[in-house]
Design a protein around this ligand. Structure first.
Ligand code: GTP
Ligand code: MG
Length: 196
């Protein structure tokens, strides 16, 4: 699939206020700073359609983008950033959870995981949560440019081993670098294969 058109729609502070259309949604979640907004820009081939920052906590609302006039990309705030106050973390988690659990238009969720790290409990918990609510999801490893091939392979293997503790069938995964611009075609083809 090719992305020929991408337009920012609007920003919503609460899932209850998101568009009442039937347009299917592909949402991006993951820890703060994992690279959700950067990946989205890379996928649509625009420098700053979604706002990015080196400081975690940049995306604070649900940001909607209309792609090829046929589906939405939804850029969500990040979870699990230790330097947020407890109240703030609770607030974001509540918004993300509400979106995932209540949003009928949610078609597929991409869970972004920092490829440089050993499996993080907060990511494993997020993935297990999807099982509980039977959400269609896949995993995108980000920032692959920042580690060696052998370390990357090792981290993915460790991540899969953690998932095997709870999952019989492992979800699809993709490896990306928004900086080096790798991994896009696989994701777009995957999206194309899911759409009716
Ligand atoms: P929040 O909105 O705060 O939750 O963050 P986010 O997940 O949207 O992350 P964002 O895209 O804003 O990127 C965070 C930082 O990581 C920025 O400094 C990006 O330039 C950097 N970054 C994102 N993707 C990559 C990547 O593939 N490689 C490298 N080296 N840096 C990246
Ligand atoms: Mg962001």
């Amino acid at each position: 699939m090719k992305i020929k058109k991408s337009v920012f729609v609007a920003s919503f502070p609460d899932p209850g206020k998101c568009p009442k259309t039937e347009i299917p949604e592909f949402a991006f979640i993951g820890r703060s700073n994992v690279g959700k907004s950067s990946l989205l820009n890379y996928l649509v081939n625009k420098k700053s359609l979604a706002k990015t920052s080196s400081t975690p906590g940049k995306t604070r609302h649900l940001n909607y983008f209309l792609i090829n006039d046929s589906f939405h990309f939804v850029d969500l705030p990040g979870y699990g950033f230790a330097r947020f106050s407890k109240d703030e973390r609770k607030k974001w988690e509540k918004i993300i959870t509400k979106y995932i659990v209540t949003r009928k238009q949610l078609f597929h969720l991409f869970i972004l995981v920092d490829a440089r790290l050993e499996p993080q409990t907060v990511d494993i918990n997020a993935i297990n949560f999807m099982g509980k609510y039977q959400i269609s999801f896949s995993i995108i490893f980000t920032k692959a440019d920042k580690i060696s091939k052998s370390k990357l392979k090792n981290n993915i293997q460790n991540f899969e081993n953690r998932l095997k503790e709870t999952w019989e069938i492992l979800p699809p995964y993709f490896i990306t670098s928004a900086t080096k611009k790798t991994g896009k075609d696989e994701i777009l083809d995957f999206i194309g294969s899911l759409l009716p």
